[in-house]
Design a protein around this ligand. Structure first.
Ligand code: ZN
Length: 145
C-alpha cells in the first residue's frame, strides 16, 4: 500500500517534474552526470543571505533521476545552506545505510525503496551530488562515480 503511494509520487514527479526550467538569474549553477545510467542534470540555485530562495533544474535522465531532482528542488526552497547540506546527508543515509533517517525527510522518503537497487541509488542521488557542488561553487561536473 505504502509502496504504491511512493511509486505513484515518483511517477508523478518524473512525468510532470516541478521546477524544471533554466533560471536566468541563478547565482549558483552546477552540472551532474551519472555515467552508469546516462542521466544528465543542470542545477540552478538562487542563494541570498545564505538561504536558497529558488531552485530549478534541466536535464535528461531516467524517471528516478528526474523525480529526485523535482522533489529535491521543491524541498530546498527556504532552506539555509547548512540545512540543505544536512538534508543531503540524511537522504544519502536513507538510501545507503539507515532507514531511520526517513523520519525527517518528508516527501523524500518515497525513494527509500531505491536502496534495494544499488545502480538506481546513483540515479536518485545525482541531483544531490550536483547540489553539493552548486553550494560549494566548485564549478566542476559532479559525477556519481
Ligand atoms: Zn538513471
Amino acid at each position: 500500500m505504502v509502496d504504491d503511494l511512493y511509486q505513484e509520487t515518483i511517477l508523478d514527479h518524473s512525468k510532470r517534474p516541478r521546477n524544471c526550467h533554466m533560471m536566468e538569474d541563478a547565482n549558483r549553477r552546477a552540472e551532474g552526470y551519472n555515467p552508469l545510467c546516462g542521466d544528465k542534470l543542470k542545477l540552478y540555485l538562487k542563494v541570498e543571505n545564505d538561504v536558497v530562495q529558488d531552485a530549478s533544474f534541466e536535464g535528461s535522465g531516467c524517471a528516478i533521476s528526474t523525480a529526485s531532482a523535482s522533489l529535491m528542488t521543491e524541498s530546498l526552497k527556504g532552506k539555509t545552506r547548512e540545512e540543505a547540506l544536512r538534508l543531503l546527508e540524511k537522504f544519502h543515509t536513507l538510501l545507503t545505510t539507515d532507514e531511520a533517517a526517513a523520519k525527517d525527510l518528508g516527501k523524500l522518503v518515497v525513494f527509500c525503496g531505491v536502496r534495494d537497487y544499488p545502480a538506481r541509488v546513483k540515479c536518485a542521488t545525482l541531483a544531490w551530488h550536483t547540489l553539493k557542488s552548486a553550494l560549494n561553487n566548485t564549478g566542476e561536473v559532479a559525477t556519481t562515480e
